[in-house]
Design a protein around this ligand. Sequence first.
Ligand SMILES: Nc1nc2c(ncn2[C@@H]2O[C@H](COP(=O)(O)OP(=O)(O)OP(=O)(O)O)[C@@H](O)[C@H]2O)c(=O)[nH]1
Ligand SMILES: [Mg+2]
Length: 610
Amino acid sequence: MPRGDNPNGVSFCLRLPDFLPYIGSGLPGSRGDPIRVFGNTHGLKASQVRQLERLTRRHLPPERLVTQEIARELSGLTHEIGRQVGVLVDRRGTVTHVMVGDARSIELPDWGRMRAGLGRLRGLRCLHTHVDDEPLTRDDLSDLAALRLDAMVAIETRRDGLPGLARVASLRPGVANGREGAIDLMPPAPPAELDLDFREWIAALEEELARQSRTRRVGDGERAILVSIGPGRPGPFPRAVGNGAASGAHAAGATELALQVEELTELARTAGVEVVDVVTQQRGRPDPRTLLGAGKLEDLVVRAFQHDVDLVIFDQDLSPVQARNLTERLDLRVIDRTQLILDIFAQHARTRDGKLQVELAQLRYLLPRLAQQQDRSLSRLAGGIGGRGPGEQKLEIDRRRVRERVARLDRELVHLRRERESRRKRRSRRELPVLSIVGYTNAGKSTLLGALTDTEVHVADAMFATLDPTSRRLRFPHEREVIVTDTVGFIRDLPPELVAAFRATLEEISDASLLLHVVDASAPDYERRIAAVHEVLRQIGMEATPELLVFNQIDRLEPEAAAAIAARHGGVPVSALRRHGLTELVARADAMLRETLAERPPTPALAQGG
Ligand SMILES: Nc1nc2c(ncn2[C@@H]2O[C@H](COP(=O)(O)OP(=O)(O)OP(=O)(O)O)[C@@H](O)[C@H]2O)c(=O)[nH]1
Ligand SMILES: [Mg+2]
């Protein structure tokens, strides 16, 4: 029950403030400076404020987690002022911060700018009062994880003002499922009876955490948690190939979310990231400040600690403000899907053109975010996935230099563009029709180019394996020569930055008389992917170019299913890998090409394209 003189109720808890400005001078190690009392001292008597300030001079024996003396002082104050009181204590036993709250909350110093301790923990513990015999709250536990405290101690304030039971929570190394598994709770005991040697206890905990990190790091790539927010409302159910009808609209949103997560996992894998956990949320309106709701964010914080991850990857594009807030709250590198794709592009770009385009897109994406980042969070962008430029160099993160570099890259790209134009003009003088292979990434476009032209083309089971356009000549029926080009693949929700960056590459497509739209027919959501490709074609003004749908990878389907899909969409079923269906494909393409180029077909039998 609430205290009688406290009409606001019992929900005393420590809350991490929403990015308070740093207001104190009491950083650990700055002994001698006055430590300000954080939080709400409004309405307190001068003597009470002095009592709070006296707490800043307290010192615990280093082997004690909490002492009866400090517990008595804290609970006595809480009893008197009806507000929660807390201190942060470092490993030497020195009080580094004093906080006072009100009936509902207490504010902690700005953590974003405080250096974490040597290990994974911050080297500070929080001792604070609860007004009753209340267990540790969810907020207590999430602050423990978010701030990576050594321990969170809640001390009961008895009605006589003396300390009752102390409840202690600490982070547990290793991976367990769910929040409960991530946190150790000691049996409640009066502060005087908590007999553990704090120094030994914390050393063992740090050692265990370090051991865990060491065993993981050997030869591993970066470790990440993926976060995806799905549609709150049911979306279109992706037709499962050979799988009968969709099973009701209810699961549709969840299915769509699952497919999104699968694709993001695939992107992460291509970028060399080890995905250790996935956090999803079905939500109608994302939070404008943090994208995720408060509960999910707390969950993410705990899991990030548990898995000891290097970064968190969001499926949704983050605004600069969201990126900053999340970086601060998670105290980790945070990137979004666009940055992940750009990172893959950076690793796969081969030509000078490609490299310049990628670097320019990366820097353009970074600029507004650099304005949002400060001190330590800025350095988070300097390396690792999301911070790598083309050719393994780190991305520049000095704003002035980024602007200069953007201007230089712009000039260079204009120059390259002119060269490319004259090259294309020469080609069109020779009047060879161009067939452009387009399609979703990893559909088998490059495999098809290789199969059609019987040449070696770089193929990989990876997203965006192809970045720079490749052109090959191909002899068509009736002694006609054509040029077949293979370019960068598309993806759903291709960010406008990427479309702009790849204008040069996509210009190659704009010469096409015919598009060979390669579809991985074995993908359960192939129709969605077709739509995504059409959307990109629309963005680059190619929606009117004739298109032949090529249903690839039919070797992975039942023959009837493959035939049905191709028939339904008026496309050609092929297996580029097994070189099945290529004759039919060439015949259809040839017929469509002749129709497009307004030629009269020499034999009516071939004029079946449509
Ligand atoms: N089973 C099967 N696998 C195929 C077929 N065609 C391509 N693949 C495989 O699909 C993967 C991607 O092939 P790519 O040709 O690189 O695909 P892409 O569309 O060029 O991909 P990006 O350039 O990355 O956008 C490779 O592992 C290929 O071996 C096919 O007909 N059947
Ligand atoms: Mg390719």
